[in-house]
Ligand binder design. Sequence first.
Ligand code: FRU
Length: 479
Amino acid sequence: MTEIDFFKKASEEAERNRHLVQQDPYRLKYHLMPPVGLLNDPNGLIQFNGVYHVFYQWNPFDTAHGAKYWGHYTSRDLVHWKEEPVALAPDQWYDRNGCYSGSAIEYEGKLYLFYTGNVKTEDGRRETYQCLAVSEDGIHFAKKGPVLELPERYTAHFRDPKVWEKDGHFYMVVGAQTPNQEGAAVLFASKDLYHWEEQGKIAGASMNGLEDFGYMWECPDLFELDGQEILLVSPQGLEPSGFEYHNLFQSGYFAGKLDYEKAIFKHGSFVELDRGFDFYAPQTFKDDSGRRILYGWMGMTDEDESSQPTVPYRWIHALTMPRVLEMINGRLIQKPVKELKKLRKDKMELQNMEISGESLQLDGLSGKTAELMLESLKNVRGMFKIDFRNEASLTYNPDQKEIQLQRRNVKTGMQESRTCKISSLSELHVFMDQSSLEIFINGGEEVFTARYFPDPEDETIFFSGDAGFSVSMWNLEDK
Ligand code: FRU
């Protein structure tokens, strides 16, 4: 097949299924999703010539993982998105089993995409190539082939290049695995984006006091925020410990100081970015207004995706909402971008509520696709709980200083929970979409992200416990 055939087949698949996909009551209203098939990581995030570009890992032909394409959306405001033609298809010898994750950078007016060419040989080996594709218009990309071969000292689990520029030099960080099965982040440098030299391993096991820390680190990202370097990574193979690391794979960050010359990164301990069930492989970019914006995959790797209720409608997974990152008192804070306020309609407001007791519905507070803001939370005694559509609930326990999200696991039918510690609770900012929840605690100090699949007709929100608060709610359907 030629490149054109690959593109045509993917767009025909999207057209053929468009009607079916739209019938799904769990189809989200304001999140980015695949037009058909499976979406995973966000890729190539950039604002180029004023336009926001979000690419994503896409298997158009199945609701399972496979040879990935780069799907593509553009926007002028981070709220209204246009579906663009496929950007990259697995149509070359060096990427024939998938154009895997990567990043974007602008250079001399052109858009450069770096991605991993994934190859599985006939005898079952894996090969990996870090590849480049260049575009003048941001829509059509010319592949330039591999620009970086697998260095010695790493296994073929070497992928997901993130590229940036600093003081006239280009840098790339790649997620890697050492021969003794340890995850690592490796730094490269280049003067022209085509020739790359290894600077060294900047993080991994046995560095900065890290012991065992997973067998592979996926999707690294490195950027400066408030005078520090932040290294985001998605480690595979961490064992659950206390409230941490309960998902199959994790995503989080190390904050510290990178010496670019010596390729030495002195950093603190790993902090999970999200406390919910469905969050992985986040990436960031700096937009024209200087904000550091993050998208994550609102999903998680699963060998058997078939139990997700969206599968009969031939699509699966979504991206999170865009979130602005800030460093406040040494903590990474995530806040929904302010542009999302454009979606707000029909404001409801209840000031100085005092509740006491079991399962109350508050006047006018119900919905499936809505934003809920609880402020001035005070006098929480015993516990305080919000039930979302009889399918998920958030509980705060002021004595233990713990906050917990519970939901029904669609595969097992059993309740499951994720918990984290907070020092107190003053604000809850909840974004509900047809089958997702993103809950920002205390102005984004902690975030819980989850998909959930309530009865599509159920719009109830129940409050219970003893507490005082003011609440605002908006409908977010963008009709
Ligand atoms: C993370 C990941 C990446 C890889 C991509 C393939 O979810 O496994 O490491 O590039 O997905 O789709």
